[in-house]
Design a protein around this ligand. Structure first.
Ligand code: SAM
Ligand code: FES
Length: 348
């Protein structure tokens, strides 16, 4: 089977074997990508039309106990300027977002010991009381199942936790030994079991990544069948062990977006900030490859430059006070419109 036949097969069956995924990823060409994106848009329009959902991202702490080798806020980075937002500031970010039309908030942060289970519960409860019709998404790393359950009971309804890479050997090359691929994946199964709408994903072009590893990621996504899949290029951060590693490419990231849309036609698929960082039109191109979500930054502008996972991150300067409107214009420029509903996943 040639690569075009593999895309047709994927389109028809929504799945491929490990060997087929590997072949397809290895043998991609620009012409093939165009063909893939056309099919991906067709699927996306079938379920989500030309709507683009927005999620207001609040980066509420950059303290982190973990030491992931790729990440700029890893604990070993002594040069990182650390901050955390207090509860009232977080609530104010939500209010500002609400007034701008957001109906989904994503609280993302490092694994910060200050934010204990009790403190997270308290914050989630307050947001739930103030904004009863909004979706509350947490993206705060690995916890015990009991804690996930407690956050859920307090009113959180979605959780983002990228599996980063399915392959355990690859995972071990990107993380300190205390973290494991198996535990990360167990967290995702726990979250699903509790009833969260779950988002997972990986970095494209992470150091040591191979087409085989990406093929394993695709099989894992198929098995987990998440509500959302967040992928973006790896981008080096100058104060990490991977400072000199090459960034993932726009081309491969877009190709993977198209493949994910064909495999999970109803999934929510963000065009990420990292994609917008490696190319000025990265997010627009992501939408044209099958993505249907964008996540404008709602963090206070004075802390944005400190939530630096990788170098040259966009939306960190004063000009970005209202990413909401910037993205609205950007989406309109390629024929899509930002909508202000909760944007629940149809992939259930
Ligand atoms: N601490 C939480 C967690 O681990 O899920 C949420 C924050 S974590 C910084 C969010 C995501 O940023 C990670 O899942 C990772 O995929 C991505 N990320 C970290 N460093 C990156 C880099 N150098 N380039 C691209 N993405 C990166
Ligand atoms: Fe943040 Fe454009 S989306 S400045």
């Amino acid at each position: 089977n040639g690569p075009k036949e593999l895309i047709d097969k994927l389109h028809k069956n929504q799945e491929l074997s490990l060997e087929e995924w590997t072949e397809l990823i290895k043998n991609r060409t620009p012409e093939l990508s165009e063909y893939l994106f056309e099919l991906a848009r067709e699927e996306r329009h079938k379920y989500y039309g030309h709507d683009v959902y927005v999620r207001g991202l609040i980066e509420f702490t950059n303290y982190c106990r973990n030491d992931c080798l790729y990440c700029g806020i890893r604990k070993s980075n002594a040069a990182a300027h650390r901050y955390r937002l207090d509860e009232d500031t977080i609530l104010r970010c939500c209010q500002e977002g609400y007034d701008l039309g957001f109906r989904t908030f994503v609280l993302q942060g490092g694994e910060d010991g200050y934010f204990t289970e009790e403190r997270i519960i308290h914050i989630v409860r307050r947001i739930r009381e103030h904004f009863p019709q909004c979706a509350i998404t947490l993206s705060i790393g690995e916890w015990k199942k009991d804690s996930y359950q407690a956050f859920f009971d307090a009113g959180a309804d979605r959780y983002l936790l990228r599996h980063e890479t399915y392959n355990p050997e690859h995972y071990a090359k990107l993380h300190p030994p205390i973290l494991s691929a198996a535990h990360r994946q167990q967290c995702l199964w726990d979250l699903k079991d509790i009833g969260y709408q779950v988002g997972t994903g990986f970095m494209v072009g992470a150091p040591y990544q191979t087409p085989e590893y990406l093929a394993e990621d695709m099989l894992f996504l198929k098995e987990l069948n998440p509500h959302m899949v967040g992928i973006g290029p790896f981008i080096p951060h100058h104060d990490t062990p991977f400072a000199d590693q090459p960034a993932g490419t726009l081309e491969l990231t877009l190709f993977m977006l198209g493949l994910i849309r064909l495999m999970l036609p109803k999934v929510l698929l963000p065009a990420t900030t990292a994609l917008g960082t490696i190319h000025p039109k990265g997010r627009e191109l992501g939408i044209l490859a099958g993505a249907n979500v964008v996540m404008p930054n709602l963090s206070p502008t004075e802390v944005r430059k400190d939530y630096l996972l990788y170098d040259n991150k966009i939306c960190t300067g004063d000009e970005s006070a209202q990413c909401r409107h910037c993205l609205e214009r950007r989406m309109a420029s390629v024929g899509y419109q930002v909508v202000t509903s909760r944007g629940d996943s149809l992939n259930i």
